[in-house]
Design a binder for this molecule. Sequence first.
Ligand code: PMP
Length: 386
Amino acid sequence: MTASEIRELLKWLTTDVISFGGGMPDPSTFPVEDIAKITAYVLETYPHAALQYSPTDGVPELRRELAKFVDTYAGIKAKPENVFITVGSQEALEIIGRLFIDPGDVVITENPTYIAALQSWRVYQPRLVGIPMDSQGMIVEKLEEAVKRLKAEGARIKYVYTIPTAQNPSGLTMSQDRRKHLLEVAERYDLLIVEDDPYSYFLFEPIQVTPLKALDRSDRVIYLSTASKIFAPGFRLGWVIANEELVSWFNLAKQALNINTTTFVQYIFMEGLRRNVVLNNLPRVRELYRKKRDAMLAALETHMPPGVSWTKPSGGMFIWATVPPHIDTRELLKVAITKYRVAFVPGHGFSVDQSLRNAMRLNFTYPTFEQIEEGIRRLSMAIKGA
Ligand code: PMP
């Protein structure tokens, strides 16, 4: 096990450090009043069930509500038996590693990819293979080349992990044509796909895409999503949509991990879905995040010296920036925090081979508009001084 760079970093954060580090929502987006009312209602209406242990798969009524939600929201056709409730998507990622990876097995990901997915899987000693991206997301031709090569070597490919919409850390979105192509390749080589989708709720551009799971005709996609960014990350509630056999495997793994996801939280979220709290809040939150993205892009344009480039995210919470090759962003971070009072996440941890040394991830949803402007100004000074 290795320490998460993000978690380690949080120790150094004092109130005068502007943080572009974590992936936290703007706290003004939390539906506090709705949650207060719903909590009282849940305690009045289902006090015994809501405070009791519950089935490992999840509270049945929540599984039913989520089967409806993923259909309305994303066109995913699922029965309640296909829905599995987890302690955030992070638990689903951990369970996937546990179920599938034996030492030396191949796991294919976008490169860069979500730092904490890599962190949870490394424990099981996979061979991680990264596929580059362009503005349309993962380059599927490169994936096919890698799969052919790996199969010829006799490697066991366990799954392809993708965050197709508003990816963490790049903010890029895979085009609809690429999605279809990815599924064709998966069909041809009989690959399982893990689709991680916390951010499709926050697409800022009119891009027409559907989740891979909505296009999946042969049950080869395991779809993950979460209440973290659209309700409250403190709830630690996520869901998996998969075929029933996989759901039974998830059940087996989770029994030993934590028996069930917090029952009370499941009831509150279920009521939130019934009252449309999520769907009603989304337009406002999406607009706020679009403005924050634009503010960060404008600040980067104003302050950054030549030689620094960055992605233009179509959605989500992050910008991925690349600095001149002589700068190691792990070293830069120390100076940025201690001297300039600004923080980010260095690129290394997002790459399968720790190679992205001159890159960094910047979060634009948590800081205020003033902090975005001032923090990017400070960061540009740190880069100029490096
Ligand atoms: N996957 C991705 C791509 C994420 O960005 C995150 C949160 N940062 C997660 C999974 C985990 O989210 P949670 O456990 O809060 O649902």
